[in-house]
Design a protein around this ligand. Structure first.
Ligand SMILES: C[S@@+](CC[C@H](N)C(=O)[O-])C[C@H]1O[C@@H](n2cnc3c(N)ncnc32)[C@H](O)[C@@H]1O
Length: 275
């Protein structure tokens, strides 16, 4: 097999963590998620993934992806011809798991990530890659020109890498350009940002988180009229997500719930309805 050697900036390298998480999960006897594409990509990329072997964060990234998949399916169930924008898509394979053959999809990431992504994925009439920073304005115009219906913006493990001022600007711009859209994102309590050098996966890479969020209600100050319609930790996943997990994953979550670990309880995933 030809190996692709990734040439990625520090924050971009973090896409390899959830990619490896999905590939490792797929290989389990009772996986919480199947992702044969992730297995292929890991095999094709020349990178020492073994540094992430057995890290608890890999399982966390899989559970997060299952929740974001669930929200995307919910959105597409209500708006089958809607638009999904994956912000900071990395080598995400949500389209492969939840596409309904009608929606429009955009995969947005920084130029070096999109170059890597193009080695494995192709644009189609309904699916297009966009090379830009989420902090730029140009991509909003492109999405606006091509999307007819309501939009779902999925920012999975992306915004915490930005400064708070940029997070705010990004959310304000999305709200102004796409009224009524949904936005899925994650956040860390400030104490997790302070302790990130001890984080199992981040301690293996150079990138560091910047945005600490004490209360997601702050988004309603930034964008009046926005509502948090879902907010979860790994131990408070919606019943539909938790009940669909295989027995080993449910046992692991029971154990996490019992232990109430600060690093688990301080990490949140949110679904926001923009006005
Ligand atoms: C931890 S990875 C998550 C990748 C993907 N969302 C997933 O869950 O598999 C973080 C991603 O955010 C992207 N990212 C970070 N800053 C960004 C920015 N300013 N604009 C666009 N993407 C960004 C990185 O390049 C990387 O692909």
């Amino acid at each position: 097999m030809t190996h692709t050697r990734p040439s990625l900036g520090a924050v971009q390298e973090t896409l390899l963590i959830p990619l490896y998480g999905r590939a490792a999960e797929h290989r389990k006897p009772e996986p919480a998620l199947r992702d044969p594409r992730a297995v292929e990509l890991v095999a094709a990329i020349d990178y020492d993934f073994s540094r992430f072997d057995e890290l608890p964060s890999l399982t966390g990234s899989v559970l997060r992806t299952l929740l974001f998949d669930f929200w995307t399916r919910d959105f597409l169930g209500r708006h089958p011809a809607g638009t999904v924008v994956e912000i900071g898509t990395g080598l995400n394979t949500r389209y492969e798991r939840v596409d309904n053959e009608r929606a429009i999809w955009f995969d947005l990431d920084l130029p070096d990530v999109i170059e890597l992504r193009r080695a494995f994925f192709r644009d189609t009439p309904r699916r297009r890659m966009l090379a830009a920073s989420v902090t730029e304005e140009s991509w909003l115009r492109v999405v606006g020109e091509q999307s007819g219906g309501p939009c779902f913006f999925s920012a999975e493990a992306v915004l915490p890498f930005l400064d708070e001022a940029d997070v705010r600007r990004v959310i304000e711009r999305i709200a102004a350009a796409f009224p009524g859209s949904w936005l899925a994102l994650d956040s860390n309590l400030p104490r997790l940002i302070e302790a990130q050098d001890e984080h199992d996966a981040l301690s293996k890479v150079e990138a560091r988180l910047r945005w600490g969020c004490a209360d997601i209600g702050v988004i309603a100050d930034w964008v009046p009229g926005s509502r948090v319609i879902g907010s979860h930790t790994m131990t408070t996943l919606p019943p539909d997500v938790r009940d669909a997990l295989p027995a080993p994953s449910r046992r692991m979550l029971d154990e996490l719930t019992r232990r109430q670990l600060p690093q688990v309880e301080g990490y949140h995933m949110h679904l926001i309805q923009l006005p």
